[in-house]
Design a protein around this ligand. Structure first.
Ligand code: FE
Ligand code: FE
Length: 213
């Protein structure tokens, strides 16, 4: 396709997203299998269902535009997934693997957010209000997923990963680390790594075995 208009660029962007989402449909179940944390497994399952819906939204948009969704391969997503697969082939401690999987998934979400944000804005400029609405819905889901992953990292996974070599005793101190805890929300999207590292250092009671699996 010749890129002579903003609409042509919009359609190319949508095709890129379509390819990205379809690649992700295959990658997310593998990431779920590689995860140990029940919260993280659930997050991957939930996002798989969302991803299927996101593809349906794109199908709707392509139908409205009378354009075909296929014909473009998203190399960016291919690269991000390849990095995730590299990680999954490592001989990693389960908690450390979970932390790595969260990082890989957050790279994916941020990449998608960039693509959807751009296409949403193009739809707005081009006067495709319904399409803008659909793209915004997906963008919101990607953002929520990113925030949920931050929460899971802050409330359990990163702490478990960083105390892996620590003491083996305090088996029962995982209570405060439910994903609904407000601790994650306060710092979501800010500097989670530093925050969790700091709180880990302060609390010697953080256990590596805060989960049943
Ligand atoms: Fe998506
Ligand atoms: Fe996503």
């Amino acid at each position: 396709m010749e890129l002579d208009t903003l609409q042509a660029l919009y359609v190319e962007g949508l095709r890129d997203l379509y390819s990205a989402e379809n690649q992700l449909m295959k990658a997310l179940p593998k990431m779920g299998k590689a995860a140990t944390s029940p919260e993280l497994q659930e997050a991957f399952e939930t996002h798989l269902a969302q991803t299927a819906q996101q593809i349906q939204r794109l199908d709707k948009i392509f139908a409205e535009l009378a354009e075909t969704p296929t014909g473009k391969h998203c190399k960016g997503m291919e690269g991000l997934i390849a990095e995730g697969e590299e990680l999954m082939q490592e001989d990693a401690d389960p908690d450390v693997m979970d932390a790595g999987l969260i990082a890989a998934a957050q790279h994916v979400e941020h990449y998608e957010m960039a693509g959807y944000g751009t296409c949403r804005t193009y739809a707005e400029l081009l006067g495709f209000d319904d399409q803008m609405e659909l793209l915004q819905q997906t963008l919101n889901e990607e953002e929520e997923t990113d925030q949920l992953l931050t929460e899971i990292a802050l409330t359990s996974v990163n702490l478990a990963a960083m105390t892996e070599e620590g003491d083996e005793d305090s088996e029962d101190v995982g209570e405060g680390s439910s994903p609904a805890s407000s601790a994650g929300r306060q710092t979501a999207g800010k500097t989670p790594a530093k925050k969790s590292a700091d709180s880990g250092r302060k609390s010697s009671a953080v256990s590596k075995k805060s989960r049943s699996k």
